[in-house]
Design a protein around this ligand. Structure first.
Ligand SMILES: Cc1ncc(COP(=O)(O)O)c(C=O)c1O
Length: 398
């Protein structure tokens, strides 16, 4: 079945994922990062369909979760608790207690919960601590420091002594140190500094087993340079080796890739509904919007768009926009082969944070998800209907 047949069958808009891309990117990572010393935990927030989780499970990755329901979904997809890590942000301590009961790995990112964890568990349950490295580089104070100073994530490195005090007071077993700062961390210079800083901290934490660098590995995408993962692997491998030689201790690595594993695997297919001219701008209005793919509007992400119905037309410039009652651009001044009403467009590299950040804004149902894996295409989520928009709306006095 080719793409047009699938779309004929399920209609637009729809997300189609190709499992071969996931397997290929997973293989790239396994080959590039220090072998035998690296564990991958797929950041399921990027794309959390149960079937995608099963593909990940079959590849042997662990899974990184940020809420108790994500943990529940990972368990439902067949992951064992010891393959799951929980890296929530600023949550009530009771969530950590529930996660401990389930038996998943715990990542703590504030001093308040670290202290409660110590009081509650002492040395009986290990944990990982998330840092904010607060790195300012020469000539780059604004972008690196700006990010870290504004960030709510992680415990500032300046408070490391306080961490040590709490750890020692309650004899907490710190098995890992964690940093995630998305695109910022994966710059060579910042990665180098933060890894050095974590390894320095590791010297004061004798039970430490791993460093977790979170996600942030850039996949290939329009206007984004893909992260040179071999270089990341070599850089960190070298630092770990030096640490081993100096201390006689072996430290392992963890990564929590989201976009790198699933971005390229996903395409949002939409249909051009209306062409409209306003002075020199030609708008192509499609049957979707930021309710289905919010990253262009939220983060300015840029996606290659193909005219599947008319690939050989003459190239022209369009603003490709959604149908919501707000500014809702997929791409501005985009050159693409001539668009006609009814044409199908493929918005590429939308597997990550596409469906998972979608909404029902403007009372427009969410699209279906289809997976191309072995055998015929598999519908892995139905298109929502009117009933899904009103399902939980009640009039019950409380
Ligand atoms: C703690 C943590 N790990 C991993 C990720 C995944 O990041 P990415 O999709 O950029 O790989 C995120 C994203 O927000 C995160 O917050």
């Amino acid at each position: 079945m080719d793409i047009c047949q699938i779309i004929e069958e399920v209609g637009t808009p729809c997300y189609i994922y190709d499992a071969d891309f996931i397997r290929a990117r997973h293989k790239d990572l396994c080959e590039a990062l220090p072998q035998g010393k690296t564990r991958l935990f797929y950041a399921m927030k990027a794309l959390s369909n149960l079937k995608i989780l099963k593909v990940m499970r079959d590849l042997g990755t662990g899974v990184d979760t940020v809420s108790l329901f994500e943990i529940q979904m990972a368990l439902q997809a067949g992951f064992e608790p010891n393959q799951i890590i929980f890296t929530p942000n600023l949550v009530d301590f009771s969530e950590l207690e529930k996660a401990v009961e389930i038996g998943v790995g715990i990542n703590i990112e504030n001093l308040s919960n670290l202290e409660k964890f110590g009081i509650r568990y002492g040395a009986s349950v290990p944990c990982c601590i998330r840092f904010n490295p607060h790195i300012a580089l020469e000539n780059d104070k604004e972008s690196s420091m700006g990010w870290y100073e504004q960030s709510k994530f992680g415990i500032p490195y300046a408070q490391f002594n306080k961490i040590l005090e709490i750890v020692s007071n309650y004899e907490i077993k710190v098995e890992g140190l964690h940093i995630h700062s998305s695109h910022v961390i994966m710059r060579d210079d910042i990665l180098q500094k933060s890894a050095e800083l974590m390894l320095e901290a590791a010297k004061k934490l004798p039970e430490l087993e791993f460093l977790d660098f979170g996600g942030g590995l850039n996949p290939k995408q329009r206007k984004i340079e893909a992260t040179n993962i071999s270089k990341v692997g070599q850089q960190l491998g070298q630092l770990l080796l030096e640490f081993e030689q100096e201390t006689n201790r072996v430290i392992h690595l963890r990564f929590e890739p989201g976009r790198y594993l699933v971005s390229e695997a996903g395409t949002l297919y939409v249909r051009v509904k209306v062409l409209k001219q306003n002075k020199e701008v030609t708008f192509a209005g499609v049957d979707s919007g930021f309710n289905h793919l919010i990253r262009p509007m939220l983060y300015g992400s840029s996606h290659e768009i193909e005219n599947v119905s008319n690939p050989d037309g003459a190239y022209q410039e369009y603003n490709i926009v959604g149908n919501l009652c707000e500014a809702d651009d997929f791409a501005k001044q985009y050159r693409i082969s001539e668009l006609r009403e009814g044409d199908i467009l493929a918005i590429k590299d939308t597997g990550a944070y596409g469906f998972s950040m979608s909404s029902q804004y403007n009372a427009r149902p969410r699209p279906p998800e289809i997976l191309i894996n072995d055998g015929p295409p598999l519908l892995i989520r139905k298109r929502e209907a009117y009933a899904d928009l009103t399902r939980n709306q009640v009039e019950i006095r409380i």
